[in-house]
Write a protein that binds this ligand. Structure first.
Ligand SMILES: [Zn+2]
Ligand SMILES: [Zn+2]
Length: 347
């Protein structure tokens, strides 16, 4: 079967052929329906620094944001899994380290990832541990279900912030996670969600407006600070989410935060950021990191997808069949692209 894989330590990916996976104890085989191209997949495609550790796993079949149907069960797995619509949490966790014991599987010290350390879903069939699978309600469509991994990442950040009804939330950066943060912040009861971006983000900002942002600020043309101050009667935002990975945005985000407010960092920064720590100390502003998500958060996200998954449809800007998957990676670099979905086709 066809598979999109990383074969060498250089830019690009290849469409190769692999055998159908062999089931191990405790695993199921999922017939893949849809897989989203993640920002991390694009980094691996571009071969920017930070993924050198992947080389021992070459050829690595990518794809970790996926949905599908269970078609085979391995030893120790109940037959009743067969035919179930599922999504799969990509993190293979040890279940015994201190973080796992606390239920914080996203912080497992020996976490391995499906679609990096073991073959992923840019193919037709993938074998995964059954404990990573979550059954979907029948009414969730499999394309929308492929959004569950990034939505769980955004939900984890929203839960860390603890948004309350009537608050003002600023989301910096309208990538997939930023847009999902705007959607979830609104759902969590924020009175006003302000989403920022630059000229190249125009199409994404328009999508943001459709799915939850009340106000859009083009920070290349406007100064965010007076806009947020005016919108909040001079007090500043209750919560800021930094989803751009841009150091300047982070510093600006701290500036627009109210005293005692929190800024949740979700974006991955390519370089260290120099901060005026006193700006945090003297106003009791809190800087929080957010990474991945826990199984409990995934369960909640599945309920959101079941109830209002259709509202997220505008996030899916491109769809490609698996055979044209490499074109999908090119498309994901277009300025209007948010989530590119690769559809597996094997019958
Ligand atoms: Zn991802
Ligand atoms: Zn662990």
């Amino acid at each position: 079967m066809k598979a999109i894989m990383k074969k060498s330590a250089a830019p690009g990916l290849v469409m190769g052929e692999i055998d159908k996976p062999v089931l191990q104890k405790g695993e199921v085989i999922i017939k893949v329906a849809a897989t989203g191209i993640c920002g991390s997949d694009i980094h691996i495609y571009d071969w920017t620094s930070g993924y050198e550790w992947l080389e021992p796993y070459f050829p690595a079949v990518l794809g970790h944001e996926f949905s599908g149907i269970v078609v085979e069960t391995g030893e120790g797995v109940a037959d009743s899994w067969i035919g179930k619509k599922v999504v799969c949490m990509p993190g293979k966790t040890c279940l015994v380290c201190p973080a796992c014991s606390r239920g914080q599987h996203n912080l497992c010290s020996s976490r391995r990832t499906i679609g990096l350390h073991s073959p992923g879903s840019f193919t037709d069939y993938v074998a995964v541990p059954v404990i990573n699978c979550m059954v979907l309600p029948e009414n969730v469509d499999l394309e929308i279900a492929a959004l569950s991994e990034p939505l769980a990442v955004a939900a984890n950040a929203v839960e860390l912030a603890g948004i309350e009804v009537g608050e003002t939330v600023v989301v910096l950066g309208p990538g997939t996670i930023g847009l999902m943060l705007a959607f979830l912040a609104k759902k969590a009861g924020a009175a006003r969600v302000i989403l920022t971006g630059v000229a190249a983000d125009e199409a994404r900002l328009t999508i943001g407006k459709k799915i939850g942002a009340d106000m859009i600020v083009r920070v290349d043309e406007n100064d965010l600070t007076p806009i947020v101050m005016e919108a909040t009667g001079g007090s500043g935002a209750d919560h800021v989410f930094e989803a751009s990975g841009n150091g300047r945005a982070l510093i600006q985000g701290i500036g627009v935060l109210k005293s005692g407010g929190d800024i949740v960092l979700v974006g991955i920064h390519g370089a260290p950021v120099s901060l005026d720590i006193n700006a945090l100390v003297r106003k009791e502003k809190r800087l929080l990191g957010a990474y991945g998500s826990s199984p409990k958060t995934w369960q909640r996200v599945i309920r959101i997808l079941a109830e209002s998954g259709n509202q997220l449809r505008p996030l899916i800007t491109h769809r490609f069949p698996l055979e044209e998957g490499l074109a999908g990676f090119k498309a994901s670099k277009e300025p209007g692209a948010v989530k590119v979905i690769i559809k597996s086709s094997e019958g």
